[in-house]
Design a protein around this ligand. Structure first.
Ligand SMILES: Nc1ncnc2c1ncn2[C@@H]1O[C@H](COP(=O)(O)OP(=O)(O)OP(=O)(O)O)[C@@H](O)[C@H]1O
Ligand SMILES: [Mg+2]
Length: 327
């Protein structure tokens, strides 16, 4: 059987499998022995979420075909292969056609709405657990790394030439805003990690398929989903992630290529959100976008990328500055 690596290197690996007879499929495998909490446990909760969702929302998630063990140390699951697809992120790097982008925004909301139409009332307190786990704990987990400590304890840092106050020095305010603006407390079925690299698009049929769902979100709110789209489109997460930052004493710098399609998508997506949401909700989406960058910081160090941890820490601090300026 032909086996081609699609992506990997982090904790799980993704392969395109092409049997001599029969249909191609995608295999996602993970170590059963190394780093089980962030490796196997995440992979496993993702598998179960995808298995359920593929049945509940036919066509929106690839079907899970099989899962099991390859050896004593490796687990795998196989899923349907979405032929002729490209990630929405990569598609937006090669098109800036306004009509095409309108179609993508429309399709994205149709897909989200299909999942989000099922909702249930929820209390307000989960936001406190979210802040504790995804902000405070994640920042604490980075403490002790000498570069992180230097940036986190500075009075000011310089992010791409802009002076910003580290988010670590503004946590009380950050939490207060989050609690204040968390008023739409209904929860729904969510993707859980809806960055634009986790959404496949088939340009010929305009079909959209969600991959890589994520279970451990604490809050399953549509607003979290939108903030993950912002992570890609407004903050250009994938573009920054592909470059190497220049880290100085208290400065971080990184240049990314122009991406007019992504910019246009961001404008249109924000405009549509503005039509749908109240001001409080829009503010919470902005705050959640900041938290997306904080909750990932320990993973950056763990995957051997401490400079990225510093960069995204500074980026989160800058987003908070922008948030307060907009109030
Ligand atoms: N079912 C699929 N059909 C077609 N291509 C796929 C499919 N699943 C994944 N891919 C391709 O493989 C790439 C990586 O997949 P995925 O997002 O699941 O991995 P990952 O981001 O490395 O996972 P994780 O974040 O869970 O470690 C995708 O960007 C996409 O190009
Ligand atoms: Mg992915």
């Amino acid at each position: 059987m032909k086996k081609t690596k699609l992506k990997g290197g982090s904790l799980s690996q993704v392969w395109l499998m092409e049997p001599d007879m029969g249909h191609p499929f995608v295999r996602k495998q993970v170590s059963l022995t190394k780093n089980r909490e962030y490796g196997f446990q995440r992979w496993y909760s993702q598998l179960k979420r995808q298995e359920r969702y593929a049945k509940m929302f036919p066509g929106i998630f690839p079907d899970v075909l099989d899962y099991g063990v390859l050896s004593d140390s490796i687990a795998y699951f196989d899923m349907e292969y979405i032929a002729n697809s490209i990630t929405v992120h990569d598609h937006l790097l090669v098109t800036d056609d306004s009509k095409v982008i309108d179609g993508i925004v429309e399709m994205l909301f149709i897909t989200f709405d299909t999942m989000h139409q099922h909702s249930w009332k929820c209390a307000r307190n989960p936001i406190e657990l979210y802040f504790h786990e995804e902000v405070t704990t994640k920042l604490n987990d980075c403490q002790g790394h000498p570069d992180f400590d230097k940036f986190a304890n500075a009075d000011y840092i310089i992010f791409n030439g802009i002076e910003v106050k580290p988010i670590t020095k503004q946590l009380e305010k950050f939490k207060r805003y989050m609690v204040e603006y968390f008023t739409l407390t209904d929860q729904t079925f969510t993707h859980g990690n809806s960055t634009l690299e986790n959404i496949l698009y088939v340009p010929s049929t305009k079909k959209m398929v969600f991959i890589d769902p994520y279970e451990e979100n604490i809050i399953d709110s549509p607003l979290c989903e939108y903030s993950q789209v912002y992570q890609s489109a407004n903050s250009k997460y994938e573009l920054y992630n592909a470059e190497i930052p220049v880290i100085g004493d208290h400065t971080v710098e990184m240049e990314i290529p122009d991406a007019p399609g992504l910019e246009l998508f961001n404008l249109k997506f924000r405009r549509e959100l503005n039509n749908r949401l109240r001001q409080d909700d829009m503010r919470l989406v902005d705050l959640l976008e900041i938290s997306q960058f904080i909750r990932m910081l320990p993973f950056k160090v763990q995957s051997g990328n401490a400079d990225m941890m510093i960069f995204f820490f500074a980026h989160a601090s800058n987003l908070f500055r922008v948030f307060e300026e907009r109030l």
